[in-house]
Design a protein around this ligand. Structure first.
Ligand code: ATP
Length: 363
């Protein structure tokens, strides 16, 4: 049996706004789950319903086999880390870490043991006497995480915990949180709008849009087998390129060029005759020049960005825009015309109406 089970969860706020629709998810013990999606998609609302900070309008939330919809946050044995850290400014790091246990009436010597062990995991041993104002953002966030893990609860909830940190600290804390998760084994739900955090930290990612789950899967599954254009465009940086067009006689028009789509659509080509489809390919999937088993496209180079390990090339094909990721030694000149190849097995096709992926020959 799953450890956490959310079945047909809905959230309708008192003003009538339906923020979360029929949310279904089973989470195994020890999993690191990331809810990701653009602002307003309902990820914090869902997390807060799991935490017991927000009423569940309908549906069932089970921890093990126990329905906990009506239980308060403390009875659910969950610990939450907020974006704002929520540290007590007038207390030392030691007291911030231990305060929750003090409130529970835990013995002082047990508290000391757990504070020291937690501080060790988080690299805070040398800072126990400091006040929060004398800590860096990353150190404060570590104290906030420490306050949650010291409670040794089964479920660990984090709402955008890294959003107040600068880019470098975010990368460091990202791997620290992943390591802490490995050490504690606590089941974790982590909310972010940052797809890189989702990809690097999650066992499984839940992609949300406007209150609906779009897809649940491992980072690998979401990247290589997105179910629709939204997921395909959300996961990956720079995002997947999309070109819309209407199939004519099995040919897909890209400005004045025509691509014979049958190597990808196979025997479904006829089914999509005269229908609008979207041709998708990732910037990193292309090769310069004319390669075998690929679509060949001519394009104009608008702009290039040298990033060191690779380079982004911004191109136009008539009115269409796309980004290609190329080897930094092969950056084409601005304003030059190039030909590039998109291997058949790296192309994604989407239904232009539903925006759902069309299963292709690559499976
Ligand atoms: P963000 O990343 O911006 O926090 P989110 O995905 O976490 O976004 P939520 O905070 O869950 O989104 O909000 C989902 C939707 O519910 C939003 O449209 C928001 O405006 C709305 N909402 C949130 N709280 C309330 C409330 N108390 N009453 C009415 N609507 C609300």
């Amino acid at each position: 049996m799953a450890y956490l089970t959310l079945t047909n969860i809905n959230k309708i706020y008192p003003n009538g706004f339906h923020a979360v629709h029929n949310f279904n998810l089973e989470i195994e013990k020890g999993e690191f789950i990331v809810f990701v999606g653009p602002s307003g998609c309902g990820k914090s609302t869902t997390l807060r319903m799991v935490a017991g900070l927000e009423d569940i309008s309908s549906g069932d939330f089970l921890i093990g086999d126990r329905r906990v919809n009506e239980l308060g946050p403390r009875e659910r044995e969950v610990a939450m880390v907020f974006q704002s850290y929520a540290l007590y400014p007038q207390m030392s790091v030691y007291d911030n870490l231990g305060f929750g246990l003090t409130l529970q009436g835990v013995d002082e010597d047990v508290i000391e043991e757990r504070v020291l062990a937690t501080a060790k995991i988080l690299g805070l041993t040398d800072y126990l006497d400091r006040m929060p104002r004398a800590l860096s953002g990353g150190q404060r966030q570590r104290v906030a995480v420490g306050r949650a893990i010291i409670r040794k609860v089964g479920v660990f909830l984090m709402d955008e915990p890294l959003s107040n940190l600068d880019a470098k600290q975010r990368v460091t804390m990202r791997s620290e949180i992943t390591q802490i998760h490995r050490q504690t084994g606590a089941t974790t739900i982590y909310v972010t709008h940052d797809q890189t955090e989702a990809m690097t930290m999650a066992d499984r990612i839940v992609v949300m849009k406007q209150g609906y789950i779009q897809q649940v899967g491992t980072p690998y599954e979401l990247y290589f087998r997105p179910v629709n254009m939204f997921v395909a465009g959300f996961i990956g940086e720079p995002p997947m390129n999309f070109i819309r067009g209407t199939l004519q006689n099995g040919q897909f028009p890209v400005d004045t060029q025509k691509l014979d789509i049958s190597p990808v659509l196979g025997n479904r080509t006829a089914e999509f005759a005269d229908r609008e489809i979207v041709f998708g390919f990732r910037p990193e999937s292309v090769l310069l020049g004319e390669q075998e088993n690929s679509f060949h496209l001519k394009a104009l180079v608008e702009l290039t960005e040298m990033l060191g390990d690779n380079a982004n090339v911004y191109i136009t094909i008539g009115d269409e825009h796309a980004i290609l990721k190329v080897d930094p030694h092969d950056i084409p000149a601005i304003d030059s015309e190039i030909t590039f190849s998109v291997p058949y097995d790296r192309v994604y096709l989407f239904d232009g109406q539903t925006e759902d992926v069309i299963p292709t020959e690559k499976g």
